[in-house]
Design a protein. Structure first.
Length: 339
């Protein structure tokens, strides 16, 4: 992170407007935001960009600042990947990202990057329950850690730790690269799928299946296993055909997606002792009825003696198009407001 200048746009009385962004493998969502005292984020201006249409992150920030008349003094970006020194490590972005180069090319005084699902976790306290759909489990969550998962262009994951009672301490979030952990399967058909995928890659991680490109991988592999010529080439087409019921391999691909997502969510909930799980990302909201009718809940609870424990963990589907952007703003506010 580039060190901040002495003056920040955030104080106890709220913030001056600043730029917050959520950048994924396909889209970049930028907003001019204002944070009220207490952390409520108002999005004053908003635009969604197609990443492939711009040569760099700096070019997107520059375009937004020019078209919206936004100051470039402070910019905070939630972005998919892991920051190593000055360089972002990511498998799904259209271009490389350097902190210093982006700051310099976009003319930014203070520039911060955080993991996109760290930002999503930071947004959760500010999201109305009415904007969520319960997938399984009780309505009331415990006071322990909350797990946030999001299959989209990639697979995001983070853990939101219980808030400390100490005044002025920001929400603690553990960012994760669980999408790159090895895929765990549990049925003969899933074993056949994994075997097929291992013929293409020496390491098959969760993201190879639990993402938009992963849905295509699954569909193609199932067609190969069944001796059928693939007819569909995009995750949108596969999801639509699956929900329409006209393509057997597409429907099975989406069923496997929901099953394996439930299994992974249960694994991570057990691993971290989560008291709640939130499903975000681009795909779950797009397949809401299919997901709710799938065996996600059964696979989530299928953890042997710990099944009874997971039955008491609520799983929520969060549909909020500006979630990462709001979270980035909230993350910045909590670290510079002295709230």
């Amino acid at each position: 992170m580039i060190p901040a200048p002495t003056e920040h746009p955030v104080g106890r009385h709220g913030s001056q407007p600043f730029i917050a962004a959520d950048v994924g493998g396909t889209h970049a969502r930028l907003g001019l935001v204002h944070v009220r005292p207490g952390g409520k984020v108002d999005v004053l201006a908003y635009h969604r960009y197609v990443c492939a249409e711009f040569p760099s992150l700096a070019a997107i920030v520059d375009d937004f600042a020019k078209t919206q008349g936004a100051e470039r003094t402070h910019v905070v970006v939630a972005i998919a990947g892991r920051l190593e020194g000055d360089t972002l490590i990511n498998a799904n972005l259209q271009w490389p990202v350097s902190l210093e180069r982006t700051r310099r090319e976009a003319g930014i005084a203070y520039f911060a990057l955080l993991n996109d699902f760290e930002a999503v976790a930071c947004a959760m306290p500010y999201i109305d329950v009415a904007a969520m759909t319960r997938v399984c489990g009780p309505v009331q969550a415990g006071d322990g850690p909350a797990l946030v998962l999001g299959p989209g262009t990639g697979f995001g994951a983070s853990l939101c730790l219980p808030r400390t009672l100490q005044q002025g301490v920001p929400l603690r979030v553990l960012a994760s690269e669980a999408g790159h952990a090895s895929l765990a399967v549990g049925t003969p058909r899933e074993i056949a799928l994994l075997t097929r995928l291992l013929q293409r890659w020496p390491h098959v991680d969760n993201e190879r299946v639990l993402s938009g490109p992963g849905l295509v991988n699954t569909y193609t592999a199932l067609c190969e296993l069944d001796g059928v010529t693939p007819k569909l080439a995009t995750p949108e087409a596969i999801a639509a055909a699956a929900q329409a019921g006209g393509d057997a391999q597409a429907r099975e691909s989406l069923q496997l997606f929901c099953s394996l997502l439930g299994s992974l969510a249960g694994d991570l909930a057990v691993t971290f002792g989560a008291d709640a799980v939130y499903l975000a990302g681009g795909i779950p909201a797009q397949i809401r009825p299919f997901l709710l009718d799938s065996d996600f809940a059964e696979r989530f609870r299928n953890k042997g003696v710990l099944g009874e424990v997971l039955a008491r963990v609520p799983v929520w589907l969060v549909d909020h198009g500006q979630l990462g952007l709001v979270g980035a703003a909230a993350w910045y506010y909590e670290r510079h407001s002295g709230f």
